[in-house]
Design a protein around this ligand. Structure first.
Ligand code: ADP
Length: 475
């Protein structure tokens, strides 16, 4: 049985800022269920508002305490563990780096995750769990992948690096190489990018295999538009780069069982409407079952295509529709949605914040889910929307292209509405088309039936990861 150590910065149900947490919180369970591998996960132990809560904190068991070398300094490191749903999770505790209240967004984030990476490698040296593969996720684990490949804390250990979003790369000043790392200077070039250290680049440079979270994104990131400056290294490494589509935890995001929603349902349109009426009432919107509800649940950043929404939503909102928004992020977008709400209180409801259970009520109560991303490595929100039969309206990019098939009204095939170009009027056209579909019972019923048949569970993708761990070629 292959032993795999996942290295990541967030994981449900402990902490989440986006889709990465969903993946790290569900893929190991599916991999372990195959009985072909023993996957364990190592994470920082965050403290404070976004930190680890009860009952998990109480379940922590101390594994070991040691000093992690960070350049010329030594930092206290305590490793704790707990077992959740058959998966062992290790946590790296150091209050100076992780006792901040939040997970990211600090001036020394680069240093925090270099420390984390150094601690992970030290843990492998000292612990009983000797992985065959270290699997790092996103830039926060880039240094762990690189150091693992250089130092080989277990003889023959292999490394896999997964890109969940290439936009965030983890830059540090170049002198951090001597200040924070403990590897020979000959390895400087592997970390250097444009005169700085780049932790994602270090992971890409060193990993034995590279994956990303959809086949389309795997192609896109080799081009300048999507590659965020790393396209040349990805072109060089393209033989070792594979796109594996994310699954979701279909037990958790399950409209038939989810306790967060008003009425459980499978594909019954009347029951779905009950969820909508409940949502409208809760949000003080006019309670009318034949008004279509459009939803947006997102981090409010440029990536999510919100500039397109800003360009056309006021025009679209003149129709007999409602818009429910949940998210937070950049002020430009938050202020826009607040403006829309104050101008159209009968039609628009906006909640600024992060709220897991409310998000599920919106998925269940909305008819359409708008996600016109500028780029989208995989996207989990559209997969969740499909689980709750909220029809996704997406731009054909990355994982959105791979997971939403455009509805064809002649063959009645397809699971959503899609458009190709980053153009606000293409989005507006699809929104109007959504109204046409919604008010045409035959098309709407076909779409809901198609969506109900979608299976985005992890099973197929888990097998692709196992092939990678076994060193099997994907060519
Ligand atoms: P990303 O990881 O880029 O943010 P994904 O679509 O892959 O985008 O995953 C986003 C995840 O975060 C989904 O599970 C989505 O439901 C959730 N999410 C995003 N914003 C919020 C919010 N404001 N409240 C609750 N959940 C949210």
């Amino acid at each position: 049985m292959k032993k795999i150590l996942f290295v990541a910065s967030e994981c449900t149900p402990f902490y989440k800022s986006g889709g990465l947490a969903d993946v790290i919180g569900s893929l190991p369970q599916y991999l372990n269920a195959t009985k072909k591998c023993d996957v364990r996960v190592i994470l920082p132990l965050y403290d404070g508002v976004e930190g680890l809560k009860e009952p998990f904190r109480n379940a922590l068991k101390e594994e070991m305490i040691f000093q992690t070398q960070v350049g010329w300094r030594f930092q206290y490191t305590r490793i704790l563990s707990l077992i959740h749903q058959g998966v062992t999770y290790y946590f790296v505790d150091n209050l100076q780096y992780f006792g901040r209240g939040g997970m990211y967004g600090y001036g020394d984030d680069g240093e925090r995750f270099v420390f984390f990476s150094n601690a992970v490698i030290e843990f492998i040296y000292r612990g009983d769990f000797k992985p065959d593969v270290l699997h790092g996720h996103d830039w926060q684990a880039g240094a762990a992948v690189a150091i693992c490949n250089i130092k080989k804390p277990v003889p023959g250990i292999q490394t896999v690096f997964t890109i969940h979003n290439i936009k965030y790369q983890g830059y540090l000043m170049y002198d951090a190489f001597d200040e924070l790392l403990t590897i020979e200077r000959e390895h400087f070039a592997g970390f250097e990018w444009n005169g700085m250290l780049n932790l994602m680049k270090a992971g890409l440079f060193h990993a034995d295999k590279i994956t990303t979270v959809s086949p389309t994104y795997a192609e896109e990131i080799k081009t300048p538009f999507y590659g965020e400056g790393l396209e040349t290294i990805l072109q060089m490494r393209s033989r070792d780069l594979l796109g594996i589509i994310n699954g979701i935890d279909a037990n958790d995001y399950n409209s038939m069982k989810d306790k967060n929603i008003h009425v459980n349902f499978k594909s019954s349109i009347p029951k779905k409407k009950e969820n909508k009426l409940y949502l409208q009432e809760k949000l003080n919107l006019p309670v009318k079952e034949d008004i279509p509800v459009f939803a947006i649940i997102t981090r409010m950043v440029e990536q999510k295509g919100l500039h397109l929404v800003m360009r056309i939503m006021e025009e679209f909102i003149q129709q007999d529709v409602q818009l429910v928004v949940l998210g937070n992020g950049e002020k430009e977008f938050e202020n826009y949605f607040l403006m829309l709400q104050s101008k159209y209180p009968e039609k628009v409801h906006v909640t600024l914040g992060f709220n897991e259970s409310f998000s599920r009520e919106i998925y269940a109560g909305s008819d359409f889910f708008i996600m016109p991303s500028l780029f989208e490595p995989c996207g989990l929100s559209q997969l969740i929307a499909l689980q709750y039969k909220s029809i996704p309206i997406v731009r054909e990019t990355g994982g959105l292209k791979d997971t939403v098939q455009p509805y064809n009204e002649h063959t009645n095939e397809g699971t959503g509405l899609t458009f190709a170009n980053y153009n606000a009027h293409e989005l507006l056209d699809r929104l109007h088309y959504a109204l046409f579909i919604y008010h045409n019972p035959s098309h709407y019923k076909h779409l809901i039936q198609n969506v109900a048949k979608v299976n985005n569970s992890w099973i197929q993708s888990a097998n692709q990861y196992i092939n990678i761990y076994r060193g099997e070629s994907h060519e």
